[in-house]
Design a protein around this ligand. Structure first.
Ligand SMILES: *Cc1c(COP(=O)(O)O)cnc(C)c1O
Length: 432
Protein backbone atom coordinates (compact mmCIF):
# COMPACT_ATOMS: atom_id res chain seq x y z
CA UNK A 1 0.00 0.00 0.00
CA UNK A 2 1.13 3.53 -0.71
CA UNK A 3 3.80 2.16 -3.07
CA UNK A 4 5.10 5.03 -5.22
CA UNK A 5 7.99 6.90 -6.74
CA UNK A 6 8.49 10.65 -6.75
CA UNK A 7 8.84 12.30 -10.19
CA UNK A 8 9.68 15.87 -11.15
CA UNK A 9 6.86 17.46 -13.18
CA UNK A 10 9.40 19.50 -15.14
CA UNK A 11 11.91 16.98 -16.47
CA UNK A 12 10.30 13.71 -15.41
CA UNK A 13 13.33 12.52 -13.46
CA UNK A 14 12.84 10.30 -10.44
CA UNK A 15 13.69 12.15 -7.23
CA UNK A 16 14.66 10.82 -3.82
CA UNK A 17 11.77 10.07 -1.55
CA UNK A 18 11.71 13.19 0.63
CA UNK A 19 12.76 15.62 -2.13
CA UNK A 20 10.80 18.86 -2.30
CA UNK A 21 12.65 20.10 -5.39
CA UNK A 22 14.55 18.92 -8.43
CA UNK A 23 18.16 19.84 -9.11
CA UNK A 24 17.45 20.45 -12.80
CA UNK A 25 14.34 22.61 -12.92
CA UNK A 26 11.63 24.24 -10.76
CA UNK A 27 8.98 21.55 -11.36
CA UNK A 28 6.88 20.22 -8.49
CA UNK A 29 7.61 16.68 -7.32
CA UNK A 30 4.61 14.37 -7.75
CA UNK A 31 3.96 10.88 -6.38
CA UNK A 32 3.33 8.24 -9.04
CA UNK A 33 1.58 5.33 -7.32
CA UNK A 34 1.80 1.76 -8.50
CA UNK A 35 -1.89 1.34 -7.60
CA UNK A 36 -3.91 2.58 -10.60
CA UNK A 37 -7.47 2.00 -9.35
CA UNK A 38 -9.20 3.81 -6.51
CA UNK A 39 -8.90 1.42 -3.61
CA UNK A 40 -10.69 2.26 -0.40
CA UNK A 41 -9.19 0.71 2.71
CA UNK A 42 -11.25 -0.30 5.71
CA UNK A 43 -9.63 2.40 7.83
CA UNK A 44 -10.88 5.67 9.36
CA UNK A 45 -10.67 9.18 7.92
CA UNK A 46 -8.01 10.15 5.43
CA UNK A 47 -6.38 6.71 5.77
CA UNK A 48 -9.22 5.24 3.68
CA UNK A 49 -7.10 6.44 0.77
CA UNK A 50 -3.86 4.89 1.95
CA UNK A 51 -3.16 3.46 -1.53
CA UNK A 52 -2.80 7.01 -2.84
CA UNK A 53 -0.96 8.50 0.11
CA UNK A 54 2.84 8.40 0.57
CA UNK A 55 2.61 6.54 3.90
CA UNK A 56 2.63 2.88 4.95
CA UNK A 57 1.37 2.23 8.47
CA UNK A 58 -0.69 5.18 9.66
CA UNK A 59 -1.14 6.33 13.23
CA UNK A 60 -4.89 5.94 13.80
CA UNK A 61 -4.94 8.60 16.53
CA UNK A 62 -4.50 11.11 13.68
CA UNK A 63 -6.00 11.58 10.22
CA UNK A 64 -9.61 12.79 10.51
CA UNK A 65 -11.07 12.92 6.99
CA UNK A 66 -13.36 15.22 5.03
CA UNK A 67 -16.96 14.16 4.48
CA UNK A 68 -18.79 14.48 1.18
CA UNK A 69 -22.57 14.68 0.86
CA UNK A 70 -25.13 15.81 -1.68
CA UNK A 71 -26.54 19.20 -0.73
CA UNK A 72 -30.27 19.73 -0.38
CA UNK A 73 -30.53 23.16 1.23
CA UNK A 74 -27.97 25.25 -0.63
CA UNK A 75 -28.61 23.32 -3.85
CA UNK A 76 -32.30 24.30 -3.72
CA UNK A 77 -31.49 27.93 -2.87
CA UNK A 78 -29.24 28.37 -5.87
CA UNK A 79 -30.92 25.97 -8.31
CA UNK A 80 -28.30 23.26 -8.76
CA UNK A 81 -29.41 19.64 -9.26
CA UNK A 82 -26.14 17.93 -8.36
CA UNK A 83 -24.26 19.98 -5.80
CA UNK A 84 -21.89 17.93 -3.65
CA UNK A 85 -20.29 19.50 -0.63
CA UNK A 86 -16.98 18.39 0.82
CA UNK A 87 -16.92 19.45 4.45
CA UNK A 88 -13.67 19.65 6.40
CA UNK A 89 -14.23 20.56 9.99
CA UNK A 90 -16.12 19.63 13.14
CA UNK A 91 -19.70 18.48 12.55
CA UNK A 92 -20.31 15.35 14.62
CA UNK A 93 -23.79 14.56 13.20
CA UNK A 94 -22.23 14.32 9.74
CA UNK A 95 -19.25 12.27 10.90
CA UNK A 96 -16.85 15.19 10.45
CA UNK A 97 -14.29 15.16 13.25
CA UNK A 98 -11.58 17.61 12.25
CA UNK A 99 -11.49 19.35 15.60
CA UNK A 100 -9.22 22.19 14.45
CA UNK A 101 -11.86 23.06 11.86
CA UNK A 102 -9.96 23.12 8.56
CA UNK A 103 -8.77 20.88 5.76
CA UNK A 104 -5.19 21.55 6.82
CA UNK A 105 -5.66 18.43 8.98
CA UNK A 106 -5.71 16.47 5.70
CA UNK A 107 -2.13 17.57 5.14
CA UNK A 108 -0.81 17.45 8.68
CA UNK A 109 -1.46 13.78 9.39
CA UNK A 110 0.10 12.31 6.20
CA UNK A 111 3.03 14.72 6.42
CA UNK A 112 3.91 13.83 10.02
CA UNK A 113 3.32 10.13 9.40
CA UNK A 114 5.57 10.12 6.35
CA UNK A 115 8.30 11.93 8.23
CA UNK A 116 8.32 9.35 11.00
CA UNK A 117 8.42 6.50 8.45
CA UNK A 118 11.07 7.76 6.07
CA UNK A 119 13.43 10.13 7.84
CA UNK A 120 16.77 8.60 8.71
CA UNK A 121 18.50 9.25 12.00
CA UNK A 122 20.47 12.48 11.92
CA UNK A 123 23.52 13.05 14.10
CA UNK A 124 22.88 15.63 16.80
CA UNK A 125 19.13 15.68 16.29
CA UNK A 126 17.40 17.90 18.82
CA UNK A 127 15.33 16.18 21.46
CA UNK A 128 16.81 12.73 20.91
CA UNK A 129 14.27 11.86 18.23
CA UNK A 130 15.30 9.64 15.37
CA UNK A 131 13.80 11.99 12.80
CA UNK A 132 14.52 15.65 12.08
CA UNK A 133 12.21 18.25 13.59
CA UNK A 134 9.55 19.47 11.20
CA UNK A 135 9.39 23.23 10.53
CA UNK A 136 6.09 24.69 9.34
CA UNK A 137 5.15 28.21 8.20
CA UNK A 138 1.50 29.15 8.34
CA UNK A 139 -1.07 31.94 8.36
CA UNK A 140 -2.78 30.04 11.17
CA UNK A 141 -4.90 27.07 10.05
CA UNK A 142 -1.97 24.90 8.95
CA UNK A 143 -0.08 25.57 12.17
CA UNK A 144 -3.17 24.70 14.23
CA UNK A 145 -3.59 21.41 12.36
CA UNK A 146 0.08 20.51 12.86
CA UNK A 147 -0.03 21.53 16.53
CA UNK A 148 -2.97 19.18 17.10
CA UNK A 149 -1.44 16.30 15.11
CA UNK A 150 1.96 16.70 16.75
CA UNK A 151 0.35 16.82 20.21
CA UNK A 152 -1.47 13.54 19.48
CA UNK A 153 1.72 11.78 18.38
CA UNK A 154 4.21 13.39 20.78
CA UNK A 155 6.57 14.58 18.04
CA UNK A 156 8.09 18.05 18.30
CA UNK A 157 7.24 20.65 15.67
CA UNK A 158 8.29 24.26 15.09
CA UNK A 159 5.61 26.67 13.84
CA UNK A 160 6.25 30.10 12.31
CA UNK A 161 3.10 32.24 12.32
CA UNK A 162 2.55 35.99 11.77
CA UNK A 163 1.89 37.61 15.16
CA UNK A 164 -1.47 38.83 13.82
CA UNK A 165 -2.54 35.17 13.44
CA UNK A 166 -1.38 33.85 16.83
CA UNK A 167 -4.97 33.86 18.12
CA UNK A 168 -5.69 31.03 15.66
CA UNK A 169 -3.30 28.69 17.47
CA UNK A 170 -5.02 26.26 19.83
CA UNK A 171 -5.37 22.55 20.43
CA UNK A 172 -8.18 20.44 21.89
CA UNK A 173 -5.69 18.08 23.55
CA UNK A 174 -2.84 18.68 25.97
CA UNK A 175 -0.23 20.54 23.85
CA UNK A 176 2.91 18.52 23.10
CA UNK A 177 6.34 19.95 22.36
CA UNK A 178 5.08 22.73 20.10
CA UNK A 179 7.57 25.55 19.56
CA UNK A 180 5.40 28.45 18.40
CA UNK A 181 7.29 31.41 16.91
CA UNK A 182 5.42 34.67 16.28
CA UNK A 183 6.77 36.49 13.20
CA UNK A 184 6.46 40.28 12.95
CA UNK A 185 5.32 40.43 9.32
CA UNK A 186 3.02 38.59 6.95
CA UNK A 187 2.79 35.00 5.76
CA UNK A 188 5.73 35.36 3.35
CA UNK A 189 7.90 36.67 6.19
CA UNK A 190 6.89 33.59 8.20
CA UNK A 191 7.80 31.32 5.26
CA UNK A 192 11.22 32.96 4.94
CA UNK A 193 11.98 32.62 8.66
CA UNK A 194 10.93 28.96 8.54
CA UNK A 195 13.16 28.38 5.49
CA UNK A 196 16.16 29.80 7.33
CA UNK A 197 15.70 27.46 10.29
CA UNK A 198 14.81 24.45 8.12
CA UNK A 199 18.09 24.72 6.20
CA UNK A 200 20.00 23.81 9.41
CA UNK A 201 20.92 20.18 10.07
CA UNK A 202 18.36 18.35 12.20
CA UNK A 203 15.42 20.32 10.81
CA UNK A 204 13.18 19.57 7.85
CA UNK A 205 10.96 22.02 5.94
CA UNK A 206 7.33 20.98 5.63
CA UNK A 207 7.64 22.02 1.98
CA UNK A 208 4.31 23.77 1.30
CA UNK A 209 2.97 23.03 -2.18
CA UNK A 210 6.13 21.00 -2.84
CA UNK A 211 5.22 18.45 -0.18
CA UNK A 212 3.53 15.45 -1.84
CA UNK A 213 2.04 14.24 1.43
CA UNK A 214 0.34 17.60 1.82
CA UNK A 215 -1.10 17.60 -1.71
CA UNK A 216 -2.19 13.98 -1.71
CA UNK A 217 -3.85 14.47 1.69
CA UNK A 218 -5.83 17.41 0.24
CA UNK A 219 -6.53 15.35 -2.88
CA UNK A 220 -8.61 12.90 -0.82
CA UNK A 221 -11.41 15.50 -1.05
CA UNK A 222 -11.72 14.68 -4.76
CA UNK A 223 -11.45 10.93 -4.09
CA UNK A 224 -14.27 11.11 -1.51
CA UNK A 225 -16.44 13.00 -4.01
CA UNK A 226 -15.95 10.35 -6.69
CA UNK A 227 -16.60 7.59 -4.16
CA UNK A 228 -19.81 9.33 -3.01
CA UNK A 229 -21.21 10.37 -6.39
CA UNK A 230 -19.77 7.58 -8.53
CA UNK A 231 -18.35 10.05 -11.07
CA UNK A 232 -15.66 12.70 -11.31
CA UNK A 233 -17.30 16.15 -10.87
CA UNK A 234 -17.67 18.62 -13.76
CA UNK A 235 -16.65 21.59 -11.62
CA UNK A 236 -14.53 22.13 -8.51
CA UNK A 237 -14.81 25.26 -6.36
CA UNK A 238 -12.28 26.21 -3.70
CA UNK A 239 -10.96 29.38 -2.07
CA UNK A 240 -7.18 29.51 -2.49
CA UNK A 241 -4.18 31.31 -1.11
CA UNK A 242 -1.29 29.25 -2.46
CA UNK A 243 -3.54 27.23 -4.79
CA UNK A 244 -2.12 23.97 -3.46
CA UNK A 245 -5.60 22.54 -2.91
CA UNK A 246 -6.44 23.29 -6.54
CA UNK A 247 -3.34 21.47 -7.76
CA UNK A 248 -4.19 18.57 -5.45
CA UNK A 249 -7.77 18.33 -6.77
CA UNK A 250 -6.48 18.26 -10.35
CA UNK A 251 -3.91 15.56 -9.57
CA UNK A 252 -6.47 13.41 -7.77
CA UNK A 253 -8.86 13.76 -10.73
CA UNK A 254 -6.08 12.63 -13.08
CA UNK A 255 -5.62 9.50 -10.95
CA UNK A 256 -9.37 8.85 -10.95
CA UNK A 257 -9.56 9.33 -14.72
CA UNK A 258 -6.76 6.77 -15.03
CA UNK A 259 -8.96 4.31 -13.12
CA UNK A 260 -11.73 4.68 -15.71
CA UNK A 261 -14.70 3.64 -13.55
CA UNK A 262 -15.54 7.26 -12.70
CA UNK A 263 -15.37 8.63 -16.24
CA UNK A 264 -12.49 10.40 -17.91
CA UNK A 265 -13.60 13.92 -17.16
CA UNK A 266 -11.18 16.36 -15.48
CA UNK A 267 -13.10 18.97 -13.46
CA UNK A 268 -12.83 22.64 -14.29
CA UNK A 269 -11.05 24.35 -11.44
CA UNK A 270 -12.81 27.47 -10.18
CA UNK A 271 -10.36 29.00 -7.72
CA UNK A 272 -11.58 31.88 -5.59
CA UNK A 273 -9.65 34.73 -4.02
CA UNK A 274 -10.57 37.67 -1.84
CA UNK A 275 -10.30 41.03 -3.69
CA UNK A 276 -8.34 43.20 -3.82
CA UNK A 277 -5.54 41.15 -2.16
CA UNK A 278 -5.65 38.40 -4.78
CA UNK A 279 -2.24 37.48 -6.26
CA UNK A 280 -3.38 34.37 -8.18
CA UNK A 281 -6.39 36.26 -9.56
CA UNK A 282 -4.03 39.00 -10.75
CA UNK A 283 -1.56 36.55 -12.33
CA UNK A 284 -4.34 34.68 -14.16
CA UNK A 285 -6.58 37.58 -15.25
CA UNK A 286 -4.07 40.49 -15.30
CA UNK A 287 -1.92 41.85 -18.13
CA UNK A 288 0.33 38.75 -18.23
CA UNK A 289 4.08 38.44 -18.06
CA UNK A 290 4.10 39.44 -14.38
CA UNK A 291 5.96 37.54 -11.69
CA UNK A 292 4.71 37.11 -8.12
CA UNK A 293 7.76 38.90 -6.71
CA UNK A 294 7.26 41.82 -9.11
CA UNK A 295 3.83 42.43 -7.63
CA UNK A 296 4.86 42.86 -4.00
CA UNK A 297 4.65 46.67 -4.13
CA UNK A 298 1.07 46.47 -5.41
CA UNK A 299 -0.08 44.52 -2.37
CA UNK A 300 1.74 46.86 -0.03
CA UNK A 301 0.02 49.82 -1.73
CA UNK A 302 -3.37 48.18 -1.24
CA UNK A 303 -2.68 47.63 2.48
CA UNK A 304 -2.89 43.84 2.09
CA UNK A 305 -3.71 41.69 3.98
CA UNK A 306 -5.17 43.92 6.74
CA UNK A 307 -8.70 44.53 5.45
CA UNK A 308 -9.28 41.07 4.01
CA UNK A 309 -12.37 38.98 4.75
CA UNK A 310 -9.92 36.16 5.32
CA UNK A 311 -6.17 36.77 5.34
CA UNK A 312 -5.36 33.01 5.18
CA UNK A 313 -6.03 33.55 1.46
CA UNK A 314 -3.12 35.96 1.04
CA UNK A 315 0.08 34.39 -0.27
CA UNK A 316 2.44 36.73 -2.13
CA UNK A 317 4.45 33.91 -3.64
CA UNK A 318 2.16 31.12 -4.86
CA UNK A 319 3.56 28.09 -6.79
CA UNK A 320 2.23 29.56 -10.00
CA UNK A 321 4.32 29.46 -13.20
CA UNK A 322 6.19 26.22 -12.52
CA UNK A 323 5.71 22.78 -14.09
CA UNK A 324 2.86 21.08 -12.26
CA UNK A 325 1.86 24.37 -10.59
CA UNK A 326 -1.30 26.47 -10.39
CA UNK A 327 -1.06 27.97 -13.88
CA UNK A 328 -0.72 24.57 -15.53
CA UNK A 329 -3.59 23.17 -13.44
CA UNK A 330 -5.81 26.06 -14.57
CA UNK A 331 -4.77 25.74 -18.20
CA UNK A 332 -5.28 21.99 -18.41
CA UNK A 333 -8.69 22.10 -16.73
CA UNK A 334 -9.98 25.19 -18.63
CA UNK A 335 -10.09 26.70 -15.19
CA UNK A 336 -10.99 30.13 -13.88
CA UNK A 337 -9.98 32.39 -10.99
CA UNK A 338 -12.79 34.40 -9.46
CA UNK A 339 -12.35 37.53 -7.39
CA UNK A 340 -14.74 37.97 -4.45
CA UNK A 341 -15.30 41.18 -2.48
CA UNK A 342 -15.74 41.16 1.30
CA UNK A 343 -19.48 41.91 1.22
CA UNK A 344 -20.11 39.16 -1.33
CA UNK A 345 -18.29 36.68 0.89
CA UNK A 346 -20.30 37.72 3.95
CA UNK A 347 -23.61 37.33 2.09
CA UNK A 348 -22.49 33.91 0.84
CA UNK A 349 -21.53 32.82 4.36
CA UNK A 350 -24.98 33.70 5.68
CA UNK A 351 -26.66 31.88 2.79
CA UNK A 352 -24.55 28.75 3.39
CA UNK A 353 -25.00 28.71 7.16
CA UNK A 354 -28.77 29.17 6.97
CA UNK A 355 -29.26 26.59 4.21
CA UNK A 356 -26.80 23.90 5.40
CA UNK A 357 -26.93 24.44 9.16
CA UNK A 358 -23.26 24.66 10.16
CA UNK A 359 -20.87 27.57 10.74
CA UNK A 360 -18.04 27.95 8.22
CA UNK A 361 -14.74 29.81 8.19
CA UNK A 362 -14.41 33.00 6.13
CA UNK A 363 -12.26 31.32 3.43
CA UNK A 364 -14.90 28.80 2.28
CA UNK A 365 -17.47 31.64 2.25
CA UNK A 366 -15.31 33.10 -0.52
CA UNK A 367 -15.68 29.79 -2.41
CA UNK A 368 -19.48 29.85 -1.97
CA UNK A 369 -19.56 33.41 -3.34
CA UNK A 370 -17.49 32.27 -6.33
CA UNK A 371 -20.01 29.51 -7.05
CA UNK A 372 -22.84 32.08 -7.04
CA UNK A 373 -20.84 34.26 -9.46
CA UNK A 374 -20.06 31.38 -11.80
CA UNK A 375 -23.76 30.51 -11.97
CA UNK A 376 -24.65 34.12 -12.74
CA UNK A 377 -22.04 34.14 -15.50
CA UNK A 378 -23.45 30.93 -17.00
CA UNK A 379 -20.17 29.08 -16.41
CA UNK A 380 -22.05 26.29 -14.59
CA UNK A 381 -25.27 24.71 -15.86
CA UNK A 382 -27.86 23.57 -13.35
CA UNK A 383 -27.64 19.86 -14.23
CA UNK A 384 -23.85 19.67 -14.02
CA UNK A 385 -22.12 18.07 -11.06
CA UNK A 386 -20.40 20.58 -8.81
CA UNK A 387 -18.02 19.84 -5.96
CA UNK A 388 -17.85 22.71 -3.49
CA UNK A 389 -14.93 22.39 -1.10
CA UNK A 390 -15.90 23.83 2.27
CA UNK A 391 -12.34 23.97 3.51
CA UNK A 392 -13.14 24.85 7.10
CA UNK A 393 -16.08 24.91 9.45
CA UNK A 394 -17.61 23.93 12.74
CA UNK A 395 -15.04 25.98 14.64
CA UNK A 396 -17.76 27.55 16.77
CA UNK A 397 -19.02 24.10 17.70
CA UNK A 398 -15.53 22.83 18.36
CA UNK A 399 -14.93 25.75 20.74
CA UNK A 400 -18.22 25.26 22.55
CA UNK A 401 -18.01 21.50 22.88
CA UNK A 402 -14.29 20.73 23.19
CA UNK A 403 -12.99 23.72 25.15
CA UNK A 404 -9.64 24.18 23.40
CA UNK A 405 -6.64 25.93 24.91
CA UNK A 406 -4.63 28.70 23.25
CA UNK A 407 -1.00 27.78 22.55
CA UNK A 408 1.62 29.98 24.21
CA UNK A 409 4.01 31.82 21.87
CA UNK A 410 7.56 30.66 22.69
CA UNK A 411 9.55 33.24 20.76
CA UNK A 412 9.23 36.50 18.79
CA UNK A 413 10.89 36.64 15.38
CA UNK A 414 11.53 39.71 13.19
CA UNK A 415 11.93 39.61 9.39
CA UNK A 416 15.56 38.78 8.61
CA UNK A 417 16.12 37.21 12.06
CA UNK A 418 19.44 35.30 11.78
CA UNK A 419 19.25 31.53 11.48
CA UNK A 420 21.76 30.74 14.23
CA UNK A 421 19.75 32.68 16.81
CA UNK A 422 16.52 30.98 15.68
CA UNK A 423 18.20 27.62 16.01
CA UNK A 424 19.58 28.40 19.46
CA UNK A 425 16.19 29.49 20.82
CA UNK A 426 14.31 26.56 19.29
CA UNK A 427 16.80 24.00 20.61
CA UNK A 428 16.62 25.51 24.08
CA UNK A 429 12.84 25.13 24.02
CA UNK A 430 12.77 21.59 22.60
CA UNK A 431 15.38 20.31 25.04
CA UNK A 432 13.80 21.97 28.06
C1 LIG B 1 -5.23 27.21 3.62
C2 LIG B 1 -6.70 27.37 3.43
C3 LIG B 1 -7.25 27.58 2.16
C4 LIG B 1 -6.41 27.75 0.92
O1 LIG B 1 -5.66 26.64 0.65
P1 LIG B 1 -4.63 26.47 -0.55
O2 LIG B 1 -3.36 26.02 0.08
O3 LIG B 1 -4.48 27.76 -1.26
O4 LIG B 1 -5.23 25.44 -1.42
C5 LIG B 1 -8.62 27.64 2.06
N1 LIG B 1 -9.41 27.51 3.14
C6 LIG B 1 -8.92 27.31 4.38
C7 LIG B 1 -9.86 27.18 5.53
C8 LIG B 1 -7.54 27.23 4.56
O5 LIG B 1 -7.06 27.04 5.80
Amino acid sequence: MGDYKVCCQGCGSVLHDLATSCRLDPGLPRAVYSQKRLEIADLPGVWRHLAWLPVKSPDMRTGAGSVCYQSQGLAREIGLQRLFISFSGFWPEMGASMVTGSFKELEAAPTMQRLSETARPVAGVPGGHNAPVLVVASAGNTARAFAQTASLTGRPVVLFVPTSSLHRLWTTVEPGRICLAGVEGDYLDAIQAADRLASRPGFLPEGGARNIARRDGMGTVMLEAAATAGVIPDHYFQAVGSGTGGIAAWEAALRLAGDGRFGSNIPRLHLAQNLPCAPIHRLWTGPGGESPSGLSEIWKGLGCPDEMYDDVLFNRNPPYAIPGGVEQALRETSGAVLGVANDEAEAARQLFESSEGIDILPAPAVAVAALLKAMEDGAVRKEEMVLLNITGGGVKRSWEELGPSILPCQMKVRPGHPADDLEKQVLEFIRS
